[in-house]
Write a protein that binds this ligand. Structure first.
Ligand code: DAH
Length: 343
């Protein structure tokens, strides 16, 4: 019995100081003390050597010892779990957050949105059409029959397997699609990408963007066209900018005009942007040709309308001080991330 007490005391001291840092050490502890060939089992085996009158006392001691070892085993496991959480999964809430790179809108989109939002205030709705267009919508219906010389100015890319398809040369094709729907009146703005067979340089590209406008109703006059465009120019370029219309020719409008604004870079004195003329060309416009209305099933004796079309890249270049058209399509992140305006 004396010897048994001594053994238990020694093991208790040993176990009391035991630390187990990881799962492997804890398992070793379990095998050593609680396993089938472990210390607890071995000491229990000593019971047979204890004198009968001491058996009760020894039994209690041995039970206490067993509970002591099991408690220690549990506390080692908890300690190891806590330690692992502390090192592995701990989140330091005081660290600064990860920076999320914010995108920005493309300068061409910014300018397009600016143009669209001005006309939206006049009640124009927005429509889009396909970039791969058939000959009829891009040319024929717009009063540009095959072999018409005006087609020369808008050479484009053709699709070999079907020569009737072209990459559209202007957004005017969307006018036709809107008129064909047969719902009048029409007050539409049609932004989109267009293509031309041009050599790529700082000043010209094989694709660019336009915004087209169309207004068809009874009694629409050239005065309505001018008033609408005056409003646009004031909103876009400011109250002091002057406007002039020059007679021009487009097969799909009659009469046709080109609209200039006084140069907003030099104020009209003459600079490189306005080529010393004091004027910058902004758009083409006119009254929709009666043939175009008929081509779309609209009675030209009852309805009249005006249309206009403007480029997006040039005003964007002037507003943002971009001097090479190619920058818009090179996707250079250093260029693109400079445009953070809200619209
Ligand atoms: N489609 C013409 C172009 O790309 C621009 C244009 C001129 C559109 C007059 C119009 C218009 O709607 O009335 O050169």
């Amino acid at each position: 019995m004396e010897q048994l007490l001594k053994q238990i005391e020694d093991y208790k001291n040993e176990i009391g100081t035991a630390v187990a840092a990881d799962a492997k050490a804890i398992e070793e502890f379990r095998i050593k003390y609680l396993g089938t060939k472990g210390v607890v089992k071995a000491i229990m085996g000593e019971m047979k050597n204890v004198a009968p009158d001491k058996k009760k006392e020894a039994g209690q001691l041995l039970n206490e010892f067993k509970i002591f070892v099991e408690d220690k085993f549990q506390s080692l496991k908890v300690a190891a779990d806590n330690q692992q959480q502390g090192t592995g999964n701990q989140i330091d809430l005081t660290l600064p957050g990860d920076e999320l790179p914010l995108g920005s809108r493309h300068p061409v989109t910014l300018m397009k949105n600016r143009i669209v939002s001005i006309f939206q205030r006049l009640g124009f709705a927005v429509a889009e059409g396909p970039e791969i267009e058939d000959d009829w919508h891009n040319f024929g219906a717009l009063n540009l029959p095959e072999h018409h010389p005006a087609r020369d100015m808008q050479d484009t890319f053709y699709i070999q397997t079907n020569p009737d398809w072209v990459l559209r040369t202007h957004t005017s094709s969307v006018q036709i699609r809107e008129m064909e729907k047969g719902k009048l009146p029409i007050r539409m703005l049609m932004p989109g990408r267009v293509y031309r067979n041009e050599t790529v340089s700082a000043r010209s590209h094989c694709f660019f963007h336009q915004v087209e406008g169309l207004y068809i109703d009874e009694n629409v006059s050239f005065a309505d066209l001018k008033q609408t465009l005056y409003f646009f120019v004031k909103e876009m370029y400011g109250k002091d900018v002057k406007v002039r219309f020059r007679p021009s020719y487009f097969p799909f409008t009659e009469p046709s005009a080109e609209m200039d604004v006084s140069c907003f870079i030099c104020g009209g004195d003459g600079c490189n942007v306005c080529k010393k003329t004091g004027w910058v060309e902004i758009l083409g416009c006119g009254m929709v040709h009666p043939n175009v209305l008929s081509n779309c099933g609209i009675d030209p004796n009852k309805y009249t309308g005006f249309a206009f079309g403007m480029g997006v890249e040039r005003p964007a270049m002037l507003k943002y001080g971009v001097n090479d058209l190619r920058l818009f399509s090179e996707n250079d992140i250093r260029f693109l991330k400079q445009f953070t305006a809200a619209i």
